[in-house]
Design a protein around this ligand. Sequence first.
Ligand SMILES: *Cc1c(COP(=O)(O)O)cnc(C)c1O
Length: 423
Amino acid sequence: MRIQATLPPTAAPVPAQSLAAGMAALFGGTGRIDDVIRQFRERFESEHVFLVSSGKAALALILQALHRLSGRRKVVIPAYTCYSVPSAVLKAGLEVVPCDVDPTTLDFRPDRFAQVLDEQALCVLSTHLFGLPADLDCARALCDAQGAFLVEDAAQAMGGTFKGRRLGTVGDVAFFSLGRGKNLSCGGGGVILTASKDIGAAIGAAYDGLESESVAAAVRNLAELTATSICIHPSLYWLPAGLPFLGLGETRFYTDFPIRKMGEARAATLMNWPDRLRAANRSRIEQAEALIQELRRTAPGVVVKSAPGAVYLRLPVLVQENAAKQAVLAEAAAMGLGISQGYPGTMWEIPELQGRLPERDDEGAREVVERLVTLPTHGFVSPEHRRKICRLIGQISAAAGRRRAGDPTAGQGSSSSRAASSL
Ligand SMILES: *Cc1c(COP(=O)(O)O)cnc(C)c1O
């Protein structure tokens, strides 16, 4: 364990006031769920809002409801995304159909999209990864042509927009995550939104039959939330970061997660969420824009994603090759800079999905696994951190550029970087 100031990869601190409200609600609080639902309905102009135990629980409920409405079973998801997504599809008893992604947009490749989407597709899960809005016009056109639903995975994008419309309100139905490290957190939770009467009724029927979280779970969550709010500070983050059993930043696949209604205590900690979200997103956008500007100077070779309406939960950056990615991650870890690797594999590389997927097609997603690093954008990132991060990426990518210029096979792109990573 390294005892030094360490930036966490993401941070959505919960104010002490909100923690106190959560504790007060443990002792006979009521009405918090209804208050929070009302706020979401107003802000997102969605008639039907449900608060549940996690983003993956939200997704599983959405998929089960859509399946009851249409009878179809195939769920089209990005070939590069959070492992909770395919786990929720299996939990709902449905089929995972990954579609390859474009490394420069992290969104579906339009040419592959048309191939995987047929009249058996239940829905497409357009994903606003790292808070970057997906192309919902393209997804909508293809969904309409095949009679599939458009679902927005806005787990990382609460508060963002697509062509001026709020993310989470453009698809037929959407969900947000309130988990650790998301735009807004109450320790764990999910929000389902839909303006559709039929979808709202189908989800409502299932929701009414769910149990609420137990008092023990509510107490545990408040304790964890309090501990995280303290340890998320860079002067202390080395502590949880150095404790492997906490599994921070790990990506795991599991389908044995509970599907419950959110409890009153959790909802109470969301008090003032619109202000918290606005402040956190404003600061993330400022950090990301400053990083983008600095990287244009220090590391002109790296591809930096930027898009209007993005809320940048983290800033994704594609370095030239896997060797450069590994060098950036190793140096950044030693310096405590909060740079993280993204997801460890494509959907075809998840052991639990072996034998359940169609023929492998993940060239773009592989490229992302090879080359993507994500930079922290939260409020603890100082101008000094930004300078160090950009200088580090600049130095390593300049070295990678020189290596590639002197290397006769350097122009081969993904095949040469794939070879590097399999060494
Ligand atoms: C976090 C996340 C989820 C799942 O949300 P949980 O609240 O962690 O269950 C789904 N999709 C994406 C893209 C996510 O980042």
